[in-house]
Design a protein around this ligand. Structure first.
Ligand SMILES: [Mg+2]
Length: 265
């Protein structure tokens, strides 16, 4: 299944494909949103605000989803602001990030361990992920992997899913120095190194950020609105968000796009 949001758009001339990692190729970190939301909610409730839990959930959901695709620390900065706006005593963004990652690691460490023990990576990937990478590589596209997850983690997890070889020296994750890498910077560099024009770029992602950055320069965007963890159907909430970010196509996974690749490529 592939939904065409903008008829007539094609990625047939694309030379570079940028992939987001979590929620796009990998579901190792599936469930992160709930963990982040739970932590944010706990901190917001602790400010003693009179807002209801529903209202606070809406507040946290808004900044978490708006910043999905950016480095995790930005969501933590937004949490600091939201706590301070309610008169609360906020910790630093880095402290919040550590607490969040500790909780997330508790959820995913057995997944990572089973992969390290040699378990098949298939169950931790969005269906068709490997085949779309093979397909694009065969067509001569240069593939980049860009993630808001910490650099070392993305690199290890791409290795464990046996996907790293599709992106030789082209895997980029979050750095401590926020100025040194971002998805926006990657797009700008690809274009200002003047090897590529905006319309040479195609992006695959489930985050607002990567879709928006590539659309800004005139590239093609494929929104991956997969219903984690089964990844068989379109998640309507993600779909709406990705369309708002500017997605030209929406897919639940990569099976349909391969079958109907002529529609896109
Ligand atoms: Mg993602």
């Amino acid at each position: 299944m592939i939904e065409i949001i903008r008829p007539g758009v094609t990625a047939a001339r694309a030379k570079v494909a940028i992939f987001d990692f979590d929620g796009t190729l990998s579901v190792i970190r599936s469930g992160w949103t709930e963990i982040m939301l739970r932590m944010a909610l706990k901190e917001l409730v602790a400010t003693g605000t009179k807002e209801s839990e529903e209202e606070l959930t809406a507040v946290a959901t808004e900044f978490i989803s708006r910043l999905t695709g950016k480095e995790t620390i930005y969501q933590m900065m937004a949490l600091v602001e939201a706590v301070q706006a309610r008169g609360g005593q906020a910790r630093t963004p880095l402290q919040y990030k550590r607490e969040y990652l500790e909780a997330l690691n508790g959820k995913i460490h057995h997944r990572l361990q089973s992969l390290r023990d040699g378990e098949s990576p298939k169950q931790f990937m969005v269906p068709g992920a490997r085949r779309i990478l093979e397909f694009l590589t065969e067509r001569g596209l240069i593939l980049y992997l860009a993630s808001g997850t910490d650099d070392a983690n993305v690199k290890e997890e791409a290795e464990l899913l046996r996907l790293a070889s599709f992106f030789p020296k082209r895997i980029f994750g979050a750095q401590d120095d926020l100025q040194s890498f971002s998805k926006a910077l990657l797009v700008q560099r690809l274009i200002s190194d003047s090897k590529y024009a905006g319309e040479d770029l195609v992006v695959f992602g489930d985050g607002f950020v990567e879709i928006e950055e590539v659309k800004l320069v005139g590239g093609i965007a494929i929104g991956v609105a997969t219903d984690e963890p089964s990844c068989q159907q379109v998640d309507e909430w993600k779909r709406q968000r990705l369309i708002r970010a500017g997605a030209d196509f929406i897919v639940p996974n990569f099976c349909g796009i391969l079958e109907k690749s002529l529609v896109v490529f």
